[in-house]
Design a protein around this ligand. Structure first.
Ligand code: UCC
Length: 556
């Protein structure tokens, strides 16, 4: 009998997900959970079968066909089969609509992001245009531009596949993705109509039916305040581009099913969303929504990796028994699970806040909390997803390093999470911006106090203590850093953000663990909380600035 290794298999990704199901039982009224559960089960089944069918076919990339056989410039983009399937599926399950519907009140975002979490890996990054569609819908609502709201929202929020549109966010230019002040695209008013001229360097969702783009009105000064936000529909009803040339599709490390394009706008008609300035402020709602999608997508990656590693560990026999029964392997999986479980509770807490804010049920402190936590959740989960995907390759050994196992793709795809929607340092700086606006840590610290007041079980004593001690150390560090040079606070911004994210994640996980012990007689969330606390919460630097300057400029 030849030696054969068994491939990991996924079962229904909703029914099999203890963490999601237990969380939903705690936060949703029974009637809401009852109303959405069959939809979640369907998507869980789709996720499992999509993984199996992707293993059975050769990977396909989208293709740009620039010229017709008759020599006409057409710039047609051929999508992959998974993308063709995703569009109607996303509409029918309301992947965008559910977040805006009022049926479940303030629970709309928990509902929607549960769907996103289950759908993400199976969608092959169709969630990218969906994220932007959600962001664009949110920004248009915030703009109060009634004409555009009436024009676009019925499509962006439709559950009918024939009516549903996706929308893109066209921001990044050659000058950079982080510093949008250097935007070179110009807007000119010609015969009473705005037209855009310039080059957009990373356009994901090039197939979208609508987009928001930043551009500088002709004659406006330099800097980001002078940028304006425009709405455009890239194609005519017959499918032809409106003065847009697609120069090429990007050759990316991961997310290869997603057609990301470089384009030229050669007089594309567009409409102002608001004032002809302050475009960054107007596009900020898109950023905050897509950063939340980013964090949920990163969670989905972690969950997928752990599900595969766990299943594989039950099948793979080495040294006479399954890996799943070997203490060091158990310890490795436990470490991944604890980090994931803590991250899960932080991210879904953000979705709860978003739902409350959107439903008009949040006070000022909760609104500040949402603003503070969005970049923290994005920053921490992006990095964590890469670490867990890398560990998963290792768990599956040599085969986990082979392309057709599907595991390397998880690692390559995971690397997008810390980059998309603002790299880690952009998130850390955005957190400092939000911290200044909120007047300090108070909204975060008082939320943590309320959460920890619900943690009483002796099994969770050490966790609550670790979270409280971290809060004290962070507050002391921040006090000291805020009175010194501004550069010192900035240089420590990333570790500050990580520390706060981990501290709050532990508090939230401990609160859930308390509930699970009582309501479900389940000791596993408490075990995850203890393990997560053992990993440590903080890596604050005592006085890192001088050392950092010296080391950053190191040469022989
Ligand atoms: O990556 C991209 C495509 C991938 C899409 C993937 C979707 C996710 C998939 C999920 C699947 C499951 S598109 C590129 C993404 N690019 C970025 O994210 C940009 C990164 N850079 C930044 O975020 C920077 O911080 C900037 C551009 C916002 C900085 O611009 P400025 O002009 O230097 O910033 P200011 O002057 O500080 O901010 C201008 C205004 C201020 O408001 P006012 O004027 O009222 O004081 C800020 O408070 O904008 C406000 N503002 C915000 N408000 C800035 N950021 C925010 C924010 N996040 N929330 C609220």
């Amino acid at each position: 009998m030849p030696f054969l290794q068994a491939a990991p298999v996924l079962s229904n990704q909703y029914l099999d997900d203890r963490v999601l199901r237990s969380y939903l039982r705690r936060v949703l009224p029974r009637t809401v959970l009852g109303a959405i559960e069959s939809d979640l089960t369907d998507l869980g089944e789709y996720a499992a079968s999509a993984w199996a069918s992707a293993r059975a076919r050769a990977p396909a990339d989208p293709e740009l066909v620039q010229w017709s056989v008759w020599g006409e410039r057409i710039d047609r983009i051929e999508l992959t089969p998974a993308w063709m399937a995703a569009q109607p599926l996303a509409a029918r399950h309301g992947l965008v609509a559910a977040g805006h519907e009022t049926t479940h009140g303030a629970h709309a975002r928990v509902h929607q992001f549960s769907l996103v979490y289950l759908f993400h890996c199976a969608s092959e990054f169709y969630t990218c245009p969906l994220a932007m569609t959600d962001g664009v819908a949110t920004a248009l609502k915030a703009s109060g531009n009634q004409r555009l709201i009436e024009r676009a929202l019925p499509h962006l929020l439709s559950r009918d596949p024939d009516q549903f549109w996706t929308a893109g966010q066209w921001m990044t230019e050659n000058a950079g993705g982080s510093d949008v002040a250097g935007t070179e695209t110009t807007a000119r008013e010609e015969n009473g109509r705005w037209r855009l001229y310039g080059r957009k360097w990373f356009v994901s969702a090039i197939n979208a039916q609508a987009a928001l783009a930043l551009a500088r009105p002709a004659g406006a000064p330099a800097g980001s305040d002078a940028l304006a936000l425009f709405y455009l529909e890239p194609r005519k009803p017959d499918g032809r581009w409106r003065n847009i040339a697609v120069d090429r599709l990007k050759d990316k490390l991961g997310t290869r099913e997603l057609p990301t394009a470089e384009i030229h706008l050669n007089g594309t008609p567009a409409e102002l969303v608001g004032e002809a300035k302050f475009g960054v402020r107007q596009i900020a709602p898109v950023l905050n929504i897509t950063r939340t999608w980013n964090a949920v997508g990163a969670l989905a990656t972690m969950r997928r990796c752990i599900a595969l590693a766990r299943d594989y560990a039950n099948r793979r026999i080495a040294f006479g028994k399954p890996l799943a029964e070997q203490p060091l392997f158990q310890d490795t999986l436990a470490g991944m699970q604890a980090e994931f479980e803590a991250a899960f509770h932080l991210v879904f807490f953000v979705t709860e806040l978003l739902g409350r804010v959107q439903a008009g049920q949040a006070d000022d402190a909760q609104q500040n909390l949402l603003r503070l936590l969005t970049p923290l959740a994005k920053l921490w989960t992006g990095k964590l997803a890469v670490a867990i995907a890398s560990e998963t390759c290792e768990c599956i050994g040599g085969v986990g390093y082979l392309e057709d196992s599907g595991i390397p793709q998880l690692l390559r795809d995971a690397q997008v999470w810390p980059i998309w929607e603002g790299a880690s340092n952009v998130q850390a700086l955005d957190f400092l911006r939000a911290l200044r606006a909120a007047g300090g840590l108070q909204p975060l610290l008082s939320a943590q106090r309320t959460i920890l007041s619900q943690v009483q079980a002796p099994e969770l004593d050490a966790c609550a203590r670790a979270a409280r001690e971290a809060a004290t150390r962070i507050a002391e560090w921040l006090q000291k850093a805020s009175t010194g040079e501004r550069e010192r606070l900035e240089a420590g911004g990333r570790e500050l953000a990580f520390g706060l994210a981990r501290m709050l994640a532990l508090s939230l996980l401990a609160r859930h663990a308390e509930w699970a012990l009582r309501a479900e007689n389940d000791p596993r969330p408490a075990a995850a909380a203890r393990r997560f606390a053992d990993h440590g919460l903080l890596r604050l630097k005592s006085d890192g600035l001088r050392d950092a300057q010296m080391l950053a400029s190191d040469s022989y």
